[in-house]
Design a binder for this molecule. Structure first.
Ligand code: GLN
Length: 531
């Protein structure tokens, strides 16, 4: 089915590279053989998965969607394969037998919320909106009507329909930065899509594409093999079609006994540093799981009023109320959390704090792409010497040429912003201020989860996906989109975004269930009742 879907995949812009058909077919044959011999490596053996372009896959180049790492380049010189697998890829592909069918598109270095900073000017389209017209081999006609038609008429009608879709602005954003990951799941071309979430990059596109996105707590999954954006916030997570599917993936990842090669991994910190066995979750079990119709009895779900921001349209409010009702129907008690427990000012200000901290860390992390140690060096013109021809200025010209051509505009903007907030005159006011805010929001959210409730239920997005026509996409509005997701990232908590059923793309919004650090398994158990 992936092969049949191939053309649509390119149209959607979900993938930046597809693995070679020979490799996919070979892996599928080997998996079939294991199945026939009852030697399956795991329940995920033979399952097609996709990997975001900022996670290392041995036989693909690692580009993070950036020209500076050779993305969109046809030159073999730039397109060298990375040669090793990221920890999560190693686990799923090498140990569990899943098949990597390709590398998914992303906002460059993970910077963006719409899937439009892909620097090849080809944003990922939202499959929910784009695939409204039937493909030519599945026309909306009865068989009797089809036989009366010349096939070329059918094709022409399909093309006209597609053109009309385009003029009707049927190109909606898939969300970002894991735009390709969410689109590949919504489209059905892969069943598990790995991505990264720094401030919402898995949850937001999952919500807009109507699928499930898990952002584990910070340190839960190894970041080994992930291209850094903001290291204190970066998490590896995944998108799946259903919550049950997410649970299966988590189970396989949790069974990984290899060294995570990530010093911030909780497994590393417990097994390597203290030489203790892997930490087990010791918090008191809130689930009573009785056998009645109320499986969530004993679980308290918090609805923090602070997340009810002005921008929230009716569609979001409705989905939120419905989600709370669904959990209550399953036996959970719904607790409204007042502004004293989670304050709206704190939530509003976390957005600014996030962008200060993320840009600061990005400016430091991206300094390595200078065209010498890392990155594709731009050619500087031989006569570009000006009057100052000493070695130092020629080095600076080389840096400038590499970075100007290699980085997209949004990345440059963030590096400049990060450098500014780290400069000596702004450090105390901006960087330290943001760090203090992070500590405060973390304290409030942890306190809510420790003292008042077991989980928080909040919207994932402030609106349904915007149209991708130029005028509609404004970058300030893009930042505002993250208000629901960044407080959770700042606090390092776990969250899963689930999209309730909706008839049309312009009504698709998601809900986030937020839980304690390292509590992802139970979080997913509860989230099943939202789906
Ligand atoms: N939209 C946010 C940003 O641009 C979050 C991105 C992410 O989680 N990688 O930073």
């Amino acid at each position: 089915s992936t092969a049949v879907a191939g053309d649509q995949v390119w149209e959607l812009g979900a993938f930046s590279r597809i693995s070679s058909w020979e490799d996919i077919a070979q892996a599928a044959r080997e998996s079939d053989q294991r199945r026939a011999n009852q030697e399956q490596r795991s329940p995920l053996d033979g399952i097609p998965i996709s990997i975001k372009a900022n996670l290392a896959v041995a036989d693909h180049p690692l580009t993070a969607g950036s020209r500076i790492l050779g993305a969109f380049s046809n030159s073999d010189h730039n397109n060298h394969n990375v040669g090793y697998n990221a920890a999560v890829v190693q686990r799923l592909v090498e140990d569990c037998g899943a098949i990597c069918i390709g590398i998914t598109n992303m906002d460059e270095f993970g910077m963006g919320s719409l899937g439009t900073n892909t620097s090849n000017s080809k944003p990922t389209k939202n499959p929910l909106a784009y695939l409204t017209s039937p493909p030519p081999n599945a026309p909306e006609m009865t068989l009797a009507e089809i036989v009366k038609h010349d096939p070329s008429d059918i094709l022409k009608a399909h093309q006209e329909q597609q053109q009309q879709d385009q003029t009707n602005n049927n190109n909606y954003a898939a969300g970002g930065s894991s735009c390709g990951a969410a689109a590949s799941i919504a489209h059905g071309s892969s069943l598990i899509a790995f991505g990264s979430d720094t401030g919402g990059s898995i949850r937001l596109p999952a919500a807009w594409c109507g699928v499930v996105g898990l952002k584990p707590s910070y340190g839960r999954l190894s970041r080994h093999g992930l291209v850094s954006y903001a290291s204190s916030l970066d998490t590896v997570g995944f998108v799946t079609p259903t919550v049950d599917c997410a649970s299966m993936v988590l189970e396989e990842l949790a069974a990984d006994k290899s060294i995570p090669k990530d010093s911030t991994s909780h497994v590393y910190s417990t097994t390597q540093r203290n030489n203790k066995p892997q930490e087990t979750i010791t918090r008191e079990e809130p689930t009573t799981h009785d056998s009645s119709n109320h499986p969530l009895q004993g679980i308290r779900i918090g609805i923090p009023a602070a997340f009810c921001v002005e921008e929230c349209p009716d569609a979001v409010q409705k989905a939120w109320t419905q989600g709370a009702n669904d959990l209550a129907d399953a036996g959970a008690s719904v607790v409204h959390l007042s502004h004293d427990i989670v304050s709206p000012e704190m939530i509003q200000q976390s957005l600014a704090a996030y962008y200060v901290l993320a840009c600061a860390e990005a400016s430091s992390n991206l300094a390595r792409y200078d065209g010498f140690r890392y990155g594709v060096a731009a050619e500087t013109a031989a006569n570009d010497t000006n009057d100052d021809n000493d070695e130092r200025s020629s080095l600076h010209r080389q840096y400038a040429a590499t970075r100007t051509t290699g980085f997209g505009l949004e990345v440059i903007r963030r590096i400049l912003c990060g450098t500014a907030v780290l400069s000596s005159d702004k450090f105390h006011t901006h960087y330290e201020g943001a760090a203090k805010l992070r500590a405060l929001v973390t304290r409030q959210l942890h306190n809510a989860l420790e003292t008042h409730v077991d989980y928080l239920l909040i919207p994932t997005v402030v609106s349904p996906p915007p149209c991708l026509d130029e005028e509609a996409v404004d970058s300030t509005a893009m930042f505002a989109n993250d208000i629901m997701t960044v407080p959770i990232s700042l606090a390092g908590l776990a969250a899963v975004s689930v999209a309730p059923d909706t008839a049309t793309v312009d009504g698709v919004v998601g809900l986030q269930l937020v839980g304690h650090r390292l509590d992802e398994e139970r979080l997913l158990e509860v989230a099943r009742y939202l789906a």
